[in-house]
Structures are given as structure tokens and as C-alpha cells.
Design a protein around this ligand. Structure first.
Ligand code: NAD
Length: 327
């Protein structure tokens, strides 16, 4: 059986990857320092508690297991925090990532799938956003992801690294069985925040600006179901296994929903009301962020299984109810 190292496999997206790769008959080996992940979300047997910032920790995994490919989900991911404390982000997301690359090269493991982000594009100059859009991140979080993409490009030329970089838009929803889901602390993602407000777990929701140049004045974003996101990782794995070239792909649903539309769908799914307050715009929030995801469809045959926002919200709500995260 092939072993895939899942770095950050105790987190939201990584834990879903573990479950799907197991179902596909591929053995996941998880490496995570549990700074933001949950040990009980790791459904496979092989778990290493370790920190990417410690070279010995990550090298030890490659000594113990014959690793076929690596998926790199581990990062700090709060945009606002990255502005206040860039050092934390550069060390974890860039230096930690370089430690992973060094350990891979030392162990002669060449295949890598990386969790990148639409934040590398910065303020959009065209919508929908294609992979060719200028890369001009406007916060340290986005910059760290962009720097790691550049490192992968250079390592591929010099050392034969082979990679697929997946530039996620907004990952959302939960494992359709309700076994896994989103448990960030603090939670800043819109859908779980609105669901917590619907259930009374939070007082309400603040909309950051309702005077944008969008149909209802609130920001429009692209939400992709976690199951679809993980399907793209399976395709990326197959691409690298099959000798395909290193490449970066957008990963979104290509549909834009406004904050108000998301709140309405949450009301519809839960049957509960959500108290809404209108706040000020947040600096650096573009009015619209929607992906053009045609490249991953045409080059890797990617198709959405959950295109409807209502299904994304329903699976998130099922998970939160099952875990009694909501009142
Ligand atoms: N959630 C989204 O919508 C979204 C969008 C774009 C990109 N991404 C990227 O996807 C990846 C996963 O996101 P997520 O929402 O699952 O985040 P998450 O915080 O739930 O998961 C990240 C995991 O990495 C682990 N980790 C962090 N630093 C580590 C280190 N130094 N050593 C070992 N483990 C470490 C954490 O403990 C956690 O389990 C991140 O790289 C993020 O930047 C996420």
C-alpha cells in the first residue's frame, strides 16, 4: 500500500483528506503539531506529533515510512493576525515549509500537493480570477503562500521536485456523513459563524460593509464544498503519480454568493433567524472574489459534486448538530 504524508492532517481540510485517501486504499501518515488541529479528527492509525519548525521532527517521519507523496496543509491561516504578527507567519508558513522540502529532498521524495490560496492574487483586477492573474498579495498570509509557490518552482528546476499547487477559494461544508467538519478556534469563516449565530451560540453576525458595488452591497465570495476540494487532491495525486507536470490550479466553484445570500441560506437550512448587525468595511476586503476554475476541469477532469450552497450549508449544519457544537 502506498503511504501519503499529510502534513497538517489534524486540521479541517487535512482531516477530510485523510478519510478520503483511506477510502481510496492509500495509507495516510499524519504529521501535525496540533496547534490548530484536533487529535480526534485523525481517523488513520499513523499519527506523528511534531512541528515543521523542528527539522528532526519532520525528518524522522521520512526515516520511519517509505513515503510516496506529500500533501502540505500545515499553515497559520488568519489574515488579520498575519498583519499584526508577520513573524509568526513567515516562520511557520515559509521556514516550516522549507524544512519540509529539505526533508523530502533528503529522503528522495519528489511529489508534493500544496494548499495555496486565492490570497496570492491580492485585489482582483479581473473577475473571474484566472491562474494568469497578477500575483500581488496584500497581506503577509498571502505573501507567505506566494513565496512557498516560488520556492516550489525553483526546487522543481534545481532538485526535481514535482508539485501541484491548489489555490483554494473558500473551503466550506463538512463530510457528508457528519463525522468530520470545521472546528477552527477562533472561527472566522462565514458559514460556521452564521450557523453559530442561528443556534444562539453567538449573539449575531456582523456584516463588514453593505455599501460595496455588488448587487446587494455585501461582499461576494466563491465557496467550494470540502468533498469537492478533496476530490481535486486525489486528481492531483494521480497526476503526479502518472508523471504529469508541475502546475498551479485555481480551486473554486465559480459561483459567487454575497454575505447576505449566505445568511439567507443559513436561515433556510436551520429554520432559525440570525441577528445581523451592519459594521464597517474591513481593510483589504475586495468586493468580489470568484474563481475561474476551468484549467483544473480541462487538465484534470475535475467536476463539482456539490455545486449548491444549500448543500454546503446543510452538511456544515449536520456536523455541528451531530457534535453538539450548537445549542
Ligand atoms: N480553509 C480555507 O478556506 C482555506 C482557503 C485557502 C487556503 N487554505 C489553506 O489550506 C490549509 C488547511 O487549512 P485549514 O482550514 O484546514 O486549516 P487548519 O488550521 O484547520 O489546519 C492546519 C493544520 O496544520 C497544523 N499545523 C500548523 N502549523 C504546523 C506546524 N508548524 N507543524 C505541524 N503542524 C502544523 C495545525 O495544527 C492544523 O492541524 C492551510 O494551509 C490554509 O492556508 C485554507
Amino acid at each position: 500500500m502506498k503511504n501519503v504524508l499529510i502534513v497538517g492532517g489534524a486540521g479541517y481540510i487535512g482531516s477530510h483528506a485523510v478519510k478520503r485517501f483511506m477510502a481510496e486504499g492509500i495509507n495516510p501518515v499524519v504529521f501535525d503539531n496540533l496547534i490548530a488541529g484536533h487529535r480526534d479528527a485523525v481517523l488513520c492509525k499513523d499519527f506523528f506529533l511534531g512541528d515543521l519548525n523542528n527539522k528532526e521532527d519532520i525528518s524522522a517521519v521520512f526515516e520511519k515510512f517509505d513515503i510516496d507523496a506529500v500533501m502540505h496543509f500545515a499553515a497559520h491561516c488568519y489574515v488579520g493576525e498575519s498583519v499584526e504578527n508577520p513573524e509568526k507567519y513567515y516562520f511557520n508558513n515559509v521556514v516550516g515549509g522549507l524544512n519540509l522540502l529539505s526533508a523530502m529532498m533528503k529522503a528522495d521524495v519528489k511529489n508534493l500537493i500544496f494548499s495555496s490560496t486565492c490570497a496570492i492574487y491580492g485585489n482582483p483586477v479581473e473577475i473571474p480570477i484566472t491562474e494568469a492573474h497578477p500575483k500581488a498579495p496584500i497581506n503577509p498570509y498571502g505573501t507567505t503562500k506566494y513565496l512557498f509557490e516560488k520556492a516550489m518552482e525553483d526546487y522543481s528546476v534545481a532538485y526535481g521536485l514535482r508539485y501541484v499547487s491548489l489555490r483554494y477559494f473558500n473551503a466550506a461544508g463538512a463530510d457528508p456523513t457528519g463525522e468530520l467538519g470545521e472546528r477552527h478556534d477562533p472561527e472566522t469563516h462565514l458559514i460556521p459563524v452564521v450557523l453559530m449565530a442561528a443556534s444562539g451560540e453567538k449573539d449575531g453576525v456582523t456584516i463588514f460593509g453593505d455599501d460595496y458595488d455588488t448587487p446587494d452591497g455585501t461582499c461576494v465570495r466563491d465557496y467550494i464544498h470540502i468533498s469537492d476540494l478533496i476530490s481535486a487532491h486525489l486528481l492531483a495525486y494521480a497526476r503526479l503519480e502518472g508523471g504529469g507536470e508541475s502546475e498551479a490550479f485555481n480551486l473554486g466553484s465559480e459561483s459567487g454568493y454575497s454575505v447576505k445570500e449566505v445568511i439567507d441560506v443559513c436561515r433556510e437550512v436551520t429554520g432559525l433567524d440570525v441577528k445581523v448587525t451592519i459594521g464597517k468595511r474591513r481593510p483589504g476586503d475586495p468586493p468580489v472574489l470568484v474563481a475561474k476554475s476551468e484549467k483544473i476541469q480541462s487538465e484534470m477532469g475535475f467536476r463539482l459534486e456539490y455545486p449548491e450552497l444549500v448543500d454546503i450549508v446543510q452538511t456544515a449544519w449536520n456536523f455541528m448538530q451531530k457534535r453538539k457544537m450548537v445549542k
